[in-house]
Design a protein around this ligand. Structure first.
Ligand SMILES: Nc1ncnc2c1ncn2[C@@H]1O[C@H](COP(=O)(O)OP(=O)(O)OP(=O)(O)O)[C@@H](O)[C@H]1O
Ligand SMILES: [Mg+2]
Length: 451
């Protein structure tokens, strides 16, 4: 299998965006997490992390601007203090059941007999030129395969000879109001949003390897309010969807079942919860704090897992159904990677394997150095993934700066908004005339200003 056009940027990071600060802002249903990374010779170093609880979202969607803005401010402030840098620009995640994936395709003539980056950009532009509901916007344009004349199954067409280039893509769309609310919240904190990224796409960047993407597999991020599913087949994203259930549903079941406050239910879940009742010994006990002044009481731990198990079963059955509906379950040879805070519950991977019938592992964020202990948990997959996504995007922009020429400069970008940035970068490079070295060009100035 070939490499996607932007795969090269992953390895280019070390050369391209050195010394740049990249900040991922994960605005989740239970917490806001800001991760500050520095792109250096040896990859991305985590310099600081700020995490604060947030009550401004419902099921992954901003429902209270003030609460969200406060949480973002606090998270950014602590990340800033820890990292010792001023944060002005962030890559923000977006999730929620408004997110949809739809297939599209595009065709373009190959201008000079050999596919160039400009041809690839043109064919991708064509693929996204389809009617989208007025209240929705395209978040990502994800190529699945290219075709040059009659040859299909091409992953990287650049340099190939032919007259006609076509592409099959998946478009990820989201409700404009939900995306705008994320941007507005960040802007109210004095931040500029460099790009809005589908949260599970970011999580996959951090926990899913290129090999797994190639073989075919799923990343499932079970957070507090939502369960996000992303399927990779043949190295590309084949499906994205969100189920509006998460760890908070388990917590409310415990609160109702054991008649204890939500905060105590969450604590009990984290400390003593188990997804599979049969993994709990009969003689184990827990202490359940009373509600409304009632004295705490002791109960078998099994009672707790009996409450948790049906909800977890419901979540995994819903995941299985979603995957089955796509007809791709058989193609997930690399299995499923579970990430998000809720998968820390004991017995989650075992239970998932039983229901999904494929190998399951828990995904911890990888690909960063520095104070990794602060982001060492599946709940940080999105935050770390946003930094990795941002670093790739910066490397992309730098590579454009390096190869900038008066002619059009473009690379098949990982996202629609990157495409827009690329186009504007190209325009500026056009205005700037023949390119100097990156540091001397006006494009370089633009990049410095933007980031
Ligand atoms: N050790 C643990 N055991 C069980 N559950 C846990 C543990 N740690 C965190 N959780 C649960 O994980 C959930 C939060 O996960 P996460 O931080 O990934 O969500 P989020 O990003 O805020 O929400 P979302 O992605 O749904 O918008 C909460 O329901 C919390 O109770
Ligand atoms: Mg999350």
């Amino acid at each position: 299998m070939g490499r996607r056009p932007w795969d090269c940027f992953h390895s280019m990071i070390t050369k391209a965006a050195l010394g740049e600060i990249v900040v991922g802002l994960d605005i989740g249903t239970t917490k806001v997490c800001a991760v500050v990374g520095e792109v250096g010779e040896d990859g991305i170093t985590v310099l600081g992390v700020g995490q604060v609880p947030c009550r401004g979202l419902r099921k992954g969607i901003v429902s209270n601007i003030d609460h969200t803005v406060h949480a973002i401010k606090d998270a950014i402030e602590s990340a800033q203090t820890m990292a010792g840098v001023e944060i002005r620009t962030v890559y923000a995640g977006v999730a929620g059941s408004h997110v949809r994936a739809q297939a599209s395709d595009g065709v373009a003539a190959i201008s000079g007999g050999e596919v160039t980056r400009a041809d690839v950009e043109r064919v991708l532009e064509g693929a996204r030129a389809i009617p989208v509901d007025a209240d929705r916007q395209i978040l990502h344009v994800l190529p699945r395969e290219y075709m040059v004349d009659a040859q299909d199954g091409i992953r990287d067409p650049i340099g190939m000879s032919g007259v006609r280039l076509s592409v099959k893509v998946n478009l990820i769309t989201a409700a404009t109001s939900c995306v705008q609310n994320v941007i507005r919240c960040a802007e109210k904190c004095g931040l500029t949003v460099a790009d809005v990224v589908l949260s599970p796409y970011a999580s996959a960047e951090a926990v899913f390897s290129d090999d797994e993407k190639e073989i075919g597999g799923a990343v499932v991020d079970i957070g507090g309010g939502t369960t996000d599913i992303l399927l990779y087949v043949d190295g590309g994203i084949a499906h994205a969807s969100v189920i509006p259930v998460g760890g908070m549903n388990i917590t409310s079941d415990i609160a109702a079942g054991l008649r204890t406050p939500m905060a105590e239910a969450d604590r009990l879940k984290r400390l003593s919860g188990c997804a599979l009742g049969r993994m709990v010994r009969e003689d184990e006990e827990i202490e359940v704090p009373g509600v409304g002044g009632h004295a705490p009481r002791r109960a078998p731990r099994r009672v707790l897992s009996d409450i948790i198990e049906p909800r977890v079963e419901e979540i995994f059955c819903a995941i299985r159904k979603r995957i089955e509906d796509t007809g791709m379950l058989e193609q997930l040879s690399a299995g499923v990677v579970l990430t998000g805070g809720a998968v820390l519950l004991e017995g989650m991977s075992e239970f998932a394997e039983e229901i999904l019938g494929v190998p399951v592992r828990i995904g911890f964020p990888t690909g960063v150095r520095g104070i990794t202990q602060l982001v060492h948990g599946p709940q940080y997959a999105s935050g770390v993934g946003l930094v990795r996504y941002g670093a790739n995007a910066l490397a992309d922009a730098h590579s454009h700066a390096r190869i900038a020429a008066p002619a059009r400069i473009a690379v098949a970008p990982p996202s629609h908004s990157m495409m827009r940035m690329t186009a504007s970068a190209a325009k500026k490079a056009d205005e700037a005339g023949p390119a100097e070295g990156p540091k001397g060009s006006r494009l370089w100035g633009w990049i410095k200003q933007a980031f």
